[in-house]
Design a protein around this ligand. Structure first.
Ligand SMILES: [Zn+2]
Length: 281
């Protein structure tokens, strides 16, 4: 087909182009050296971060707490938490436990499930006369002790009724100065007082004010603005009685589902909050 010369020239030129294409490609042998150099340069700019330290620094802890149970809404709260397998701390009121057969039954359900931690929210809930209650430190202590005696338990993690008070390790916060003495007295008698960072409130008809998504956005912004007592740890307060109706329960389900999906968030009980000793209940 080709004259002899043309065939030789074709083979020669073909080989030349073939070799040229090969040398234009980056040499496989040189590649690791190039990569090594550029990695070394990068390491000079920023030291490598271990996967462990990434997890540690970005991990956030949420402690969901429900106050005033057993109460209207408690059975819905229990079911929702069990459905989503979310641990929570229930700050119970002694006088509510024997308030009715249904409340007694709810209490039994709570203590049978290790998903829940029960904590002391006083025996009388100050009969909702808070200013009067906190004037007498001895009576305040008696009321928290009465709660423990009524259950034959030693629940030393406590929340003061109607007040956001912290007495824990290095945290000492009191929302109303008039309650300060009583809080100090409880702490002196080994009670660990925990308040809250975010409250999921209700409207006037006892339905939750915010949707699950909205309260999640508040949780996120509270974390990012570091408006928490302990960095990366957030205590959420809400009340059993806000979950009496189907719509509010749906919002609780929504929040729990969102929290469960978040890989940067771990849900914990109050006994695992920093500064609380392992043997304290
Ligand atoms: Zn309360």
């Amino acid at each position: 087909m080709f004259p002899k010369f043309s065939r030789v020239a074709f083979l020669f030129l073909g080989s030349f182009f073939f070799l040229q294409c090969q040398t234009d490609k980056p040499s496989i042998g040189l590649q690791p050296i190039k990569t090594k150099v550029s990695l070394e340069n990068r390491q000079k700019v920023a030291p490598p971060i271990s996967p462990e330290s990434i997890t540690k620094s970005s991990k956030k802890y949420v402690y969901i707490t429900f106050d005033d149970g057993p109460n209207k809404g408690t059975s819905h709260v229990i079911q929702s938490l069990q459905r989503e397998k979310v641990p929570a701390t229930l700050f119970l009121v002694g006088s509510h436990i024997k308030g009715s057969k249904a409340q007694e039954r709810n209490f039994e359900m709570i203590i049978q499930d290790t998903l829940f931690q029960i904590a002391n929210h006083s025996y009388s809930h100050a009969n909702n006369k808070f200013s009067e209650f906190y004037k007498d430190s001895v009576k305040v202590l008696e009321d928290f002790n009465r709660m423990n005696d009524s259950l034959n338990r030693k629940l030393m993690i406590a929340r003061t009724p109607g007040r956001n008070i912290w007495r824990l390790d290095s945290i000492k916060e009191t929302d109303l100065k008039s309650s300060e003495k009583a809080a100090d007295y409880l702490a002196k008698n080994e009670f660990i007082l925990v308040g809250w960072d975010v409250e999921w409130k209700s409207d006037s008809t006892y339905k939750v004010k915010e949707t699950g998504k909205e309260i999640m956005a508040i949780i996120d912004s509270t974390f990012s603005n570091n408006r928490v007592q302990t960095e990366n740890h957030l205590v959420l307060l809400t009340h059993d009685q806000y979950f009496r109706d189907e719509n509010s329960v749906k919002e609780l389900d929504d929040l729990l589902q969102i929290l469960n999906k978040r890989e940067d968030i771990e849900l914990r009980k109050m006994k695992d909050y920093p500064g609380i000793k392992a043997d304290i209940n």
